[in-house]
Design a protein around this ligand. Structure first.
Ligand SMILES: [Zn+2]
Length: 255
């Protein structure tokens, strides 16, 4: 049959026929089952990350999590908890790593949804690694706002969030404008300072040429010293502020 002429139901039936995990779930392909009920089957991975690596698969052919009905997803969560508990007890594992590769970009290899439960021991060499990037305050707030709106839609929670989101967006815009204004002001005042300094120096040079050499240059030196000191102090203050920001973020993360 030409796949182009097939109904969605026929397409689904064909995908199921060709799916090795559907065949494992139905028992057509042999496996080492550790659990089975009406919705799911749990089997030992034939190439385990650690001995006891379990694959929890749905009996229906679903490719990614969004396709799975809510009640089955809830059931998967419950079964996962039981399997993890059993791994800790029966294999004396010190922990479990639980994950779903949801989509090809996330490293999904099979065309059938599965949840991995991997027993963990100290220094077992299993690496589920990810980088820890720094993020600016502005981006952090933007991501938070976008996600909260998306989560509210997906889960239908958090009433009054729309107003809050609009208010937050306004706040971010205002903060960004203020930063731009401040930068502009700083630039202007720097230019003004330079002009004043030049004028003062010129005036002093004239005075020096008129008066005795002893008194005036001292004053100028003192002023220059004071200015140099001020310049040294400023960058440190900035670094302190940055540090404070990072501390704030990490204490938030720990909470
Ligand atoms: Zn399948």
């Amino acid at each position: 049959m030409n796949p182009e002429n097939m109904t969605p139901e026929q397409m689904a039936a064909m995908a199921k026929q060709q799916c090795i995990f559907c065949q494992i779930a139905s028992g057509k392909v042999a496996s080492k089952k550790v659990y089975e009920d009406e919705h799911v089957v749990a089997v030992l991975d034939i190439n385990p990350a650690n001995p006891g690596h379990i694959l929890l698969i749905t009996k229906e052919h679903y490719v990614v999590m969004p396709q799975i009905p809510d009640d089955v997803v809830a059931h998967i969560g419950m079964v996962t908890k039981g399997l993890s508990h059993a791994v800790l007890r029966a294999l004396k594992a010190q922990g479990t790593t639980i994950f779903v590769a949801n989509g090809v970009t996330a490293g999904q290899r099979a065309q059938h949804f599965m949840l991995h439960i991997i027993p963990r021991m100290e220094k077992d060499g299993v690496a589920i690694d990810y980088p820890e990037h720094e993020i600016s305050d502005a981006d952090y707030k933007k991501i938070h706002t976008a996600l909260r709106a998306g989560v509210a839609k997906a889960l239908g929670q958090m009433e009054g969030l729309e107003e809050e989101t609009a208010a937050e967006e306004e706040m971010i815009e205002e903060a960004e404008e203020k930063v731009a204004e401040k930068e502009e002001e700083e630039k202007e005042s720097e230019a003004e300072e330079e002009e004043v300094e030049e004028a003062e120096e010129e005036a002093e040079d004239e005075e020096v040429s008129l008066e005795a050499m002893a008194t005036k240059p001292k004053k100028k030196k003192k002023k220059a010293k004071k200015k140099a000191k001020k310049k040294e102090e400023e960058p440190e203050e900035e670094v302190d502020e940055e540090r404070q920001k990072l501390d704030d973020v990490s204490s938030f993360l720990i909470q």
